[in-house]
Write a protein that binds this ligand. Structure first.
Ligand code: ADP
Ligand code: MG
Length: 211
């Protein structure tokens, strides 16, 4: 299977819907170890993205993803906005000119997206940031390419890996971002950014895997 630009746009729409549905939940998680704005931030950013999609219908996947990134950069404040902005911009650079992504293209785009987040935010694994969900998810995609795993299965396993990474942040003490100001008191709470990353990757699996 592969993902064409219509399917890519469908994923972005589903991200917007899922982030809206989970706005309160993400904000609740961020109120425990941050400033209670992550759900509002993600919803604001993806609502702005939705307004850009009608112009994107005949564009290549790289252009669509870069537009998502630029829109998030310009509409979302805090740490999350610029980090997700970078995520989609970098994925877009690797998909420049493409009208279709196969599993290898997707793995390459997601690796670039993760590397962009790490370059910008300087977080290491286990610092209790979105990197803890994205890293295992990208590793699953890369292994799936080497092992010739079908794309649908790889997408589902990648989302599951993100979920495990997200749950594994609960006991961690945050070392980056606002949650790190709490020190030891950040332990015992799930990272909000990992949660939105999981929702975004689960939306990819739900949108594409059984097509
Ligand atoms: P802010 O922390 O500025 O209020 P958000 O609430 O939108 O921004 O996003 C918080 C999330 O951003 C955190 O849960 C974490 O996953 C992620 N984050 C924060 N700092 C970093 C960083 N340096 N690198 C990667 N992710 C980070
Ligand atoms: Mg916040």
């Amino acid at each position: 299977m592969s993902v064409n630009q219509d399917a890519f746009i469908e994923w972005i729409k589903n991200c917007a819907a899922v982030l809206k549905e989970n706005k309160e939940y993400l904000t609740e998680l961020d109120s425990a170890i941050g400033d209670a704005d992550h759900g509002v931030n993600m919803d604001r950013g993806f609502s702005a993205v939705l307004t850009k999609l009608p112009e994107m219908e005949d564009k290549d996947i790289g252009t669509i993803s870069k537009t998502v990134g630029m829109t998030l950069l310009s509409t979302v404040g805090g740490a999350g906005g610029p980090l997700y902005g970078t995520f989609f911009l970098q994925a877009g650079m690797k998909s420049a000119g493409k009208m279709e992504l196969n599993l290898e293209d997707w793995a390459i785009a997601m690796r670039a997206a993760l590397d962009g987040v790490v370059m910008r935010g300087k977080a290491n694994l286990k610092d209790k940031t979105m990197v803890d969900a994205l890293t295992p998810a990208v590793e699953v995609l890369e292994n799936a390419v080497s092992d010739n795993v079908p794309m649908g299965q790889a997408l589902k396993e990648s989302a599951s890996a993100a979920k495990e990474g997200m749950i594994a942040t609960i006991p961690l003490v945050a070392l980056k971002g606002r949650a790190s100001y709490l020190g030891e008191r950040s332990a015992g709470h799930q990272d909000p950014g990992c949660t939105s990353s999981y929702l975004i990757l689960q939306a990819a699996a739900d949108t594409w895997a059984d097509k």
